[in-house]
Design a protein around this ligand. Structure first.
Ligand code: NDP
Ligand code: 2IT
Length: 444
């Protein structure tokens, strides 16, 4: 049996009941097979893959807090510190009822390679809680965040582990957690990113994941001899990543006709009015359905099926495994030519295989959504220097990083005879840097 297959079987056996983690590991190992096979003896001797798939540390803890009725609630909290070969652990915190160890291990594992691709010195980590911020009062969110940080603060630090946002964690939650960290430690340091602009945050971090996604999308489309001008686009989700992907792709001349949340999707053939979406989601914390009540000509459809709307480009920006084989077949049948993942692993394995076999241009999340964490690393740099860069400066750096990721991913794929397979290219290019660092640092 090949070394990569052996390791996959070991991961499944040793991590039972963690399907998302298995899925993420399998995709990476399948891509790495060509690299490993070329030098199998050495990789086996160093047990590189055994070391890569085992988190350095997983912290799990109780988060008790008091709700507005005076009742004590208890949630689970986690931080997965996966790999620190190239820098302090870096990655978001997710607050969503579905959060469990499998999901955070898949996200932490992906983060290792994503962070490597940015070219910046950041290792891989992820954390979060099964707490659901939806429908909670600000006071309840603050009580939860303070309790969460009361435990987490023992394990993080500006040079140790630097969390940020993800699903359910935005500026409000980062603020409450930062305040509690400062109170507990007495340190005013860059321990979290995605901070507000008056207390250490970076300009463009809010926009960075969505903008970065569109910058790399533009590279792909341009390299294929086309442009974004006049293209019809679907962006799934309506949170942080989705909103700023819509903003940038619209600026570059495309028309976004559909978005969604977990209740259903809106279709606006005239082009999504982003100021309405921002007001619903960023100001009122409402549901996407309200868009159809407010905008003439727009419709709301309950449930899944946004992929039934014809488009040229599909940008999944909600959550893992949101796009399955049937969805992707429908997209292809309706003429969709490009898919780039704003979310982490939004495409199932079967759907990804279909995409690659059917000539749809495809950029995987670990490359396509790396602009968020890259700009987080720029926030860390500014915090260390005690300086703030202008929006133009940060945006220009972000743009350069996304172009560089495209170049790395496409050249790694070509180097191994898989031209245009950006899944393989991203996994290989991300792996090469991390492994070189792991080897240099010995058995630790
Ligand atoms: P937000 O919480 O801001 O938004 C998430 C959006 O996705 C909401 O519209 C939400 O709908 C929808 N969604 C979440 N879960 C589900 C589900 N199970 N089914 C259908 N829709 C769902 O999160 P972000 O925009 O920050 O994150 C979106 C994705 O991007 C995630 O995969 C995240 O890991 C990834 N990502 C985020 C980065 C960042 O900087 N924020 C960086 C890189 C990747 P609803 O409100 O109904 O739940
Ligand atoms: O998935 C991700 O890359 C993020 N949620 C952003 C992580 C970060 O540290 O900015």
């Amino acid at each position: 049996m090949s070394y990569t297959s052996e390791i996959y079987e070991r991961v499944v056996a040793q991590n039972p009941g963690e399907p998302e983690f298995h899925q993420a590991v399998k995709e990476v190992l399948d891509s790495l097979k060509v690299v490993i096979d070329a030098n199998e003896e050495e990789y086996r001797k160093d047990s590189i893959l055994e070391r890569l798939v085992e988190p350095e540390r997983i912290i799990s803890f109780k988060v008790p807090w008091v709700d507005d009725q005076g009742k004590v609630q208890v949630n689970k909290g986690y931080r997965v510190q996966f790999n620190s070969a190239i820098g302090p652990y870096k990655g978001g915190l997710r607050f969503h009822p579905s959060v469990n160890q499998s999901i955070l291990k898949f996200l932490g594992f992906e983060q290792i390679f994503k962070n490597s691709l940015t070219g910046l010195p950041i290792g891989g980590g992820k954390g979060g809680s099964n707490f659901d911020p939806k429908g909670k009062s600000d006071r309840e969110v603050m009580a939860f965040c303070q309790s969460f940080m009361t435990e987490l603060h023992k394990y993080i630090g500006a040079d140790e582990d630097v969390p940020a946002g993800d699903i359910g964690v935005g500026g409000r939650e980062i603020g409450y957690m930062y305040g509690q960290y400062k109170r507990l430690t007495g340190l005013y340091e860059g321990v979290l990113t995605g901070k507000g602009l008056t207390w250490g945050g970076s300009l463009v971090r809010t926009q960075a994941t969505g903008y970065g996604l569109v910058y790399i999308l533009n590279e792909m489309v341009t390299a294929a001899g086309d442009s974004l001008e006049g293209k019809t686009v679907i962006v799934t989700g309506s949170g942080n990543v989705a909103i700023y992907a819509v903003e940038k792709v619209t600026q570059l001349g495309a028309k976004v006709v559909a978005m969604c949340d977990s209740n259903g999707y809106i279709h606006d053939p005239n082009g999504i009015k982003l100021d309405v979406v921002k007001d619903i989601k960023e100001v009122r914390r409402g549901r996407i359905k309200e868009y159809a009540d407010e905008v003439e000509g727009a419709t709301f459809t309950e449930g899944k099926g946004i992929w039934n709307i014809p488009c040229d480009i599909y940008l999944p920006c909600a959550t893992q495994n949101e796009l399955d084989l049937d969805g992707v077949k429908t997209l292809a049948a309706n003429g969709c030519k490009v898919i780039a993942e704003g979310a982490n692993m939004p495409t199932t394995r079967e759907a990804t295989d279909y995409i690659l076999e059917n000539g749809i241009l495809f950029m995987p999340g670990k490359a396509a959504n790396a602009g968020g964490v890259a700009t987080s690393a720029l926030e860390m740099t500014q915090n260390s220097m005690r300086l703030s860069w202008s929006a133009e400066e940060v945006d220009e750096k972000l743009h350069g990083i996304m172009k560089d990721i495209y170049a790395k991913v496409s050249s790694a794929a070509a180097r191994y005879g898989m031209e245009g397979n950006f899944v393989a290219g991203a996994n290989i290019a991300g792996f090469e840097k991390v492994v070189a660092a792991m080897k240099a640092q010995g058995v630790v």
